[in-house]
Write a protein that binds this ligand. Structure first.
Ligand code: FNR
Length: 338
């Protein structure tokens, strides 16, 4: 059967062999708490490359050390991080996967011993630390850290960069009126709240010509939070600045009890794709091939991001191909008819 899931997808000069993306997932496995790649990352990501995932997006990787969610996060805040990441990229590519990195800063959600920073001094919840309000110098330094992160990602050989602007982390904290109470040019109306992300995109673009994705939380589950109308404004602005794909997740900006169901976030990928005319990625409780195929065939999204199902089954693409009756490559040496 001619499936869409197993049809190649091209963005700029990068062609993925299928539409399956490994969704970024923190492994909290940087052993010495120094942001470096460890043996676990090789086993974890290469398994999915052998399993025929088209694009492997490695976990949220911090652009500053205090921007890590935990002390065991991967980092790209030091030149020394490049060598390990490059080795990991080369290994994933050996097995035919395209590679992406998600650049991140946790802002007020950093579970970090020292001082944490955010657009405004508002803690996440009753138990969380109160962040220090970022000065304009902090803002400029953090934008520069994203630029350096992108430069190092390029040196490591990644095919695609994704900026993490979702799940209530730093960029999301600037975008949302629930967390951004600033009175300067970075707060207030939505064009001001967008300014930080805009400047991050512009800075990344000075060193990165390849495909650029942005993950957003397209639903804040709060009546006073950003609404779809606001997201469409941000997405149109991003499109004008050369962002290639919006990876549509939801939530995380405030504590909210979400009750997920199969494909619970797909409608946001569909709306943004239709209304803004930009490629989108769908994610969230997509676990079967038929579900993925339905989303693609009905033109609700361009790429399918798979998270937890790929943790349970590193060979999920093979499972999906079997479900759809589609042909799938066997990597050498498994291609000898064994
Ligand atoms: C995640 N998720 C996530 N998202 C993100 O943008 N950056 C990240 O680093 C992480 N880390 C992470 C770790 C773990 C262990 C899980 C389970 C999830 C969210 C993930 O990418 C995905 O959006 C959700 O898990 C929903 O998709 P699934 O799992 O239902 O396919």
């Amino acid at each position: 059967m001619e499936t869409k899931l197993f049809t190649p997808y091209q963005v700029k000069d990068v062609t993925m062999k299928n539409r399956i993306v490994m969704s970024p997932m923190c492994m909290y496995s940087s052993g010495n708490e120094d942001g470096h790649v460890t043996a676990w990352h090789f086993t974890h990501y290469i398994s999915r490359a052998v399993g025929q995932v088209g694009l492997i997006m490695i976990e949220a990787t911090a652009v500053t050390s205090e921007g890590r969610i935990s002390s065991k996060d991967l980092g790209i805040y030091d030149e020394d991080h490049v060598a390990g990441l490059k080795k990991l990229v080369d290994s994933m590519k050996t097995y035919g996967a395209k590679t992406a990195i998600q650049l991140a800063h946790a802002g007020r959600k950093a579970e970090y011993g020292g001082e944490i920073i955010a657009p405004s001094p508002v803690p996440f919840d009753g138990r969380a630390k109160t962040p220090r309000e970022m000065t304009t110098a902090d803002i400029a330094e953090t934008i520069e850290a994203f630029r350096l992160g992108a430069l190092r990602a390029k040196q490591a050989g990644f095919d695609i960069i994704e900026i993490h602007a979702a799940h209530g982390y730093l960029i999301n904290q600037f975008l949302s009126p629930l967390t951004n109470k600033r009175l300067d040019a970075y707060g207030g109306e939505r064009d001001n709240r967008f300014r930080f992300l805009k400047e991050v995109i512009e800075a990344v673009k000075t060193v990165w010509e390849g495909p650029l994705f942005v993950r957003i939380s397209a639903d804040e589950y709060h009546p006073e939070g950003n609404q779809m109308e606001d997201f469409l404004y941000y997405v149109n602005e991003m499109k004008r600045r050369g962002v290639d794909l919006i990876d549509c997740s939801t939530g995380g900006i405030i504590p909210a009890g979400i009750q997920p169901y199969p494909g619970y976030q797909v409608r946001h990928a569909e709306t943004i794709r239709r209304e803004a005319g930009i490629a989108t990625g769908a994610v969230g409780l997509i676990t079967t091939a038929i579900q993925a195929e339905e989303i693609l065939q009905n033109e609700r999204a361009d790429l399918i991001f798979i998270g937890r199902e790929l943790l349970r089954d590193p060979y999920w693409p093979r499972t999906a191909a079997r479900e759809l009756g589609a042909a799938i490559e066997k990597p050498a040496p498994y291609d000898r008819g064994w």
